[in-house]
Design a protein around this ligand. Structure first.
Ligand code: ATP
Ligand code: MG
Length: 380
């Protein structure tokens, strides 16, 4: 069986059941071929696997599932100390170690031995029968024992999940994804906090035939939330119009205000509640505080930038773990840097930006949305 510990959901008080329901639904969907039965017991989710399943595959899937703190492959035992003791000994006999500890947790208070007593009794058995040393601080082997309502569970390995909240427990957001290093990480952080992320990418069709790279990145991220949608917007015509009437030092801000306005429309259509970007304070010219104020002003929806306080090094570390980094660093023309000044303004004034924007037709937003197309991505 597989024992799932879900960390933060456990703190949710009255709403806990709602979060558990979403997590159980997600697990059922993702492991439908591997799992025969799912049940909840004493603040854990317990999965019964089918015969002959590939445990490596189950592990890979659970490691990517938001809402799981850690999980273990476990052997269910009857609620009987003698049986637990002999199983613990049998497991220990097969392992290579010199020091160990027993870590018992009794959730079922009707079980007649306390956690400390279980530790002592089973610890003594292993120590004496196998001549091993107890080390409570830094043991080479830990034998975990959990006393549930129906069974006791025993295991020696805990695999780390990504934590966070179950996918879909927080509603939808629209993420502006560029194909760079940052925005995939920002999108993933929102997935990890339970948001369903819908992607939106702008490309200049005169520079890039089709942004396959972005699709490749989104496929990686889809592993964390299942079925995923990208809106692709050919931005060539919009950019041409902006280039015609906006000085080069201001174009990037106008491009980005445009992206935000389109994102607002898509957000309405999708009934999303917020927009996500990969901005990080001061990282590039578009991300000074003044410029972010000018850009974010174009939105009626809240804009979240989960990387805002992170350093590039920290962002890269996450991107490497996600496997998006190697794709992101492949060269691709990003339309944001098309025909802009070598030194864009770093302290744009909102009044000026709005004044300039009067030269751009509002209908352009509708026109771009009409040109956009959707792509469905599933994981690789
Ligand atoms: P990234 O690594 O995410 O590209 P960046 O450091 O290159 O970020 P910018 O190019 O200024 O910074 O982009 C800032 C944010 O604007 C991006 O993180 C992304 O959310 C959004 N963005 C930029 N270009 C595009 C694009 N072509 N399509 C959609 N969103 C974009
Ligand atoms: Mg970029």
């Amino acid at each position: 069986m597989i024992l799932i510990h879900y960390g933060e959901i456990g703190l949710k008080g009255k709403n806990r059941k709602m979060f558990e329901d979403v997590l159980v639904k997600n697990i059922r969907k993702i492991l439908k071929d591997e799992i025969e039965n799912i049940r909840r017991e004493y603040g854990r989710i317990i999965l019964e696997e089918r015969e002959g399943v590939d445990y490596k595959k189950i592990k890979e899937k659970l490691e990517k599932m938001p809402g799981i703190e850690n999980f273990s492959f476990t052997i269910p035992l009857p609620l009987d100390l003698e049986e637990i003791k002999s199983k613990a000994l049998e497991i220990a006999e097969k392992k290579q170690f010199s020091s160990f500890k027993v870590y018992a947790k009794r959730s079922n208070k009707r079980f007649p031995f306390s956690s400390i007593e279980i530790n002592e009794i089973i610890g003594k058995e292993i120590k004496e029968k196998l001549s091993k040393k107890v080390d409570l601080r830094n043991p080479e082997l830990t034998i975990f024992i959990e006393i549930g309502n129906k069974n006791a569970y025993i295991y020696t390995e805990k695999y780390k999940g990504i934590g966070g909240l179950p996918a879909g427990s927080q509603g939808k957001v629209i993420a502006l994804i560029s194909g760079g290093i940052d925005s995939p990480v920002a999108s993933w952080l929102m997935m990890k906090r339970g948001c369903k992320v819908i992607f939106l990418h702008f490309y200049n069709e005169n520079l890039v035939a089709y942004p396959r790279k972005v699709e490749e990145i989104v496929k990686k991220l889809a592993e964390y939330q299942g079925e995923t949608k990208i809106y692709m917007v050919p931005f060539g015509e919009g950019q041409s119009e902006i280039i015609k009437s906006i000085p080069s030092r201001y174009r990037m801000i106008l491009y980005r205000r445009f992206m935000i306005k389109v994102a607002n429309e898509i957000s309405r259509k999708e009934k999303a509640k917020a927009i996500v970007t990969g901005d990080s304070m001061g990282q590039v010219a578009s991300q000074t505080l003044e410029n972010l104020q000018c850009i974010y002003d174009a939105s009626a929806f809240p804009i979240f930038s989960p990387l805002i306080g992170m350093d590039k090094r920290e962002i890269i570390e996450i991107a490497k773990k996600l496997g998006t980094y190697d794709i992101s660093i492949k060269p691709m023309e990003d339309c944001c840097s098309f025909m802009i000044a070598k030194h864009p303004v770093t302290k744009a004034k909102l009044d000026r930006v709005k004044e300039m924007e009067k030269n751009i037709r509002d209908q352009l937003i509708d026109k771009l949305i009409k040109k956009s197309f959707e792509i469905k991505c599933t994981k690789n």
